[in-house]
Write a protein that binds this ligand. Structure first.
Ligand SMILES: Nc1nc2c(c(=O)[nH]1)N[C@H]1C(S)=C(S)[C@@H](COP(=O)(O)O)O[C@H]1N2
Ligand SMILES: [Mo]
Length: 532
């Protein structure tokens, strides 16, 4: 007798794998949000993105950002979600392939339940290893994943036995249950479990990660900004000068941040020191702290992008701790490593020369949020975020520089912030009467300019092909933040293109050549075409 069609077996196998894997993933997601056990799709995704060459990842990120932008969504709010969706889709895709292969292999006969268990065991060992290799996971996490895959294999075998189109007449008659009815029943159970598990999980994860800011405790709720009396007013429509914490951009190598309990956490100092140290968070808090208003930007921020934010950081100047460690003679750098596997190198000379380099534990007067590096992160002026680890656990004193996490992946060694300026708003409906009482009306144009710790010396605006004209600079919150600017343009109706450029505190005008973020940060002019 002929075996049943191979293609049919593949399609049926993929279909049942979907009915099995979707609810299983939903339940695993629920377990992940409630108990913190690993969620396989995130681990697979994180592993894949860690082993793929930097160029592939960069292309991937760029196209994702492109799609999000094309959909008119905010990259800041949706990038992580999009990545998580990709991770789940990738995993579902893998299980479809696995199911199809299984059904194809056993086409025309019933697989035994043991075959399914064995299949689950093999895949489970591989994926369990993927989850267990991740930093901060235990052997128990590996077994959790293995267990999930054993259930998956068993389920696959059970489904295969129920629906296999057997070729022996005896088996056909021994299969009285209507196949269509069976599929309908499995399908609706799968849909129900998937929707409810994923739904509850999503609600819980939202609640877990969106630690509501203790509003009243925020520094900004009770204080005016240092530049509150600035002479130049903000043009309405400009982004907030001081970023609300929940709007602070976020970039992590992993899909989910490591959750660290303060009681278990220590900052370890080791390597080329006479006195290895361990600090608790309260010990660090006991040092004299500094408060700095800082703008931080991601090197992946496109010109005019949202991956840039400003708030007030509180922490200990790192140079004040050095004397406690007994640095050995050949010590030259610190290797700072994080709970998520991220790491970077900082030169001791930079730390000795710059009291602005801090180990920060608070933002806007409250402890760092989990997503943003709780309990400890570093700030290094004038450099992009990729040089500044969050979730710091270990400082190893070493005798040479090595490339850090993103430098290994082909991003700039120095990652010094590039000067950039952005038009946030052209106030087409905000006519201002001429100060002289004349009949000429003006339109306010506003935005930001930022050049790391170098500050901004001037901002100029060009309308269409006209000359560069100076904008007014608003006194910044601090020397480490962006500068808001304002330009009043004598109104002329029609369609116009506004372009902005800035010059940094060293007198260098921003680069005008259009370059993408990779590898050294985006350059080019920002412009805005508006009908007025
Ligand atoms: N441990 C750790 N630190 C990290 C990262 C990370 O993925 N892991 N990302 C870096 C990058 S690329 C940036 S831009 C900033 C972002 O900080 P934020 O998410 O608080 O805005 O953190 C930096 N520090
Ligand atoms: Mo970044």
């Amino acid at each position: 007798m002929k075996k049943p069609n191979l293609w049919l077996a593949l399609v049926v196998g993929a279909g049942f794998a979907l009915l099995l894997s979707a609810p299983l993933l939903a339940l695993l997601f629920l377990a992940y949000t409630t108990t913190g056990v690993p969620f396989i799709p995130f681990d697979i995704f994180d592993l894949v993105s860690r082993v793929l060459p930097g160029s592939v990842i960069t292309t991937g990120i760029d196209s994702m950002v492109g799609v999000i932008n094309a959909l008119g969504l905010s990259v800041r709010e949706n990038a992580k979600l999009a990545e998580q969706a990709i991770a789940v889709a990738l995993t579902l895709g893998l299980t479809l392939v696995g199911g199809a292969a299984y059904f194809a292999f056993f086409r025309g006969r019933r697989s035994s339940l043991f075959a399914g268990l064995g299949y689950g065991l093999v895949v489970g060992i591989v994926l369990g290893a993927v989850s267990a290799t991740r930093q901060g996971t235990t052997l128990a996490d590996g077994f959790w994943v293995l267990g999930a895959l054993l259930i998956w294999g068993l389920g696959l075998a059970w489904l295969q036995r129920r629906v296999v189109r057997t070729v022996t007449p005896a088996a056909v008659t021994a299969e009285p249950v209507n196949r269509r009815q069976f599929i309908a029943r499995v399908g609706s159970a799968a849909a129900l479990i998937t929707v409810s598990g994923a739904g509850v999980g999503a609600v819980l994860s939202r609640r877990n990660t969106e630690e509501a800011p203790p509003e009243g405790q925020l520094w900004s709720a009770n204080h005016a900004l240092p530049n509150a009396g600035a002479a130049t007013a903000v043009v309405p429509g400009t982004r907030p000068e001081y970023t609300p914490l929940e709007q602070f951009y976020r970039i992590d190598i992993n899909l989910a941040p490591p959750t660290i309990q303060e009681a278990d956490w220590r900052l370890r100092v080791e390597g080329l020191v006479d006195t290895p140290k361990e600090y608790t968070l309260s010990e660090l808090r006991a040092y004299k702290a500094t408060d700095q208003f800082i703008t931080m930007s991601c090197i992946s921020n496109p010109v005019g992008g949202e991956l840039i934010s400003t708030t007030r950081w509180t922490g200990v100047p790192l140079q004040n701790l050095l004397s406690e460690w007994g640095l050995q003679e050949n010590a030259s750098h610190l290797r700072i490593s994080s709970a998520d596997g991220f790491f970077e190198y900082v030169a001791l000379d930079d730390i000795r020369n710059d009291p602005r380099i801090v180990l920060a534990y608070a933002w806007d007067g409250v402890p760092l949020r989990i997503k943003h590096g709780f309990p400890l992160r570093i700030f290094i002026p004038d450099h992009y975020g990729m040089k500044q680890p969050k979730w710091i656990e270990t400082i190893e004193v070493v005798s040479s520089w090595e490339p850090g996490y993103w430098v290994v992946r082909s991003w700039d060694r120095e990652a010094q912030v590039r000067a950039t300026s952005v038009i946030d708003t052209v106030g087409a409906n905000m006519m201002i009467a001429d100060a002289g009482g004349g009949r000429n009306m003006k339109i306010p144009v506003g935005g930001i300019a930022y050049a790391g710790a170098r500050g901004i010396r001037s901002v100029e605006v060009k309308v269409d092909d006209g000359d560069w004209q100076p904008a007014e600079l608003r006194e910044p919150i601090s020397a480490l933040t962006w500068v808001l600017w304002r330009f009043e343009w004598p109104f002329e109706s029609g369609e116009h293109t506004f372009t902005v450029r800035c010059t940094d505190g060293d007198g260098d005008t921003q680069l005008t050549e259009q370059r993408p973020p990779h590898p050294s940060g985006a350059t080019g002019l920002n412009s805005d075409r508006v009908r007025v």
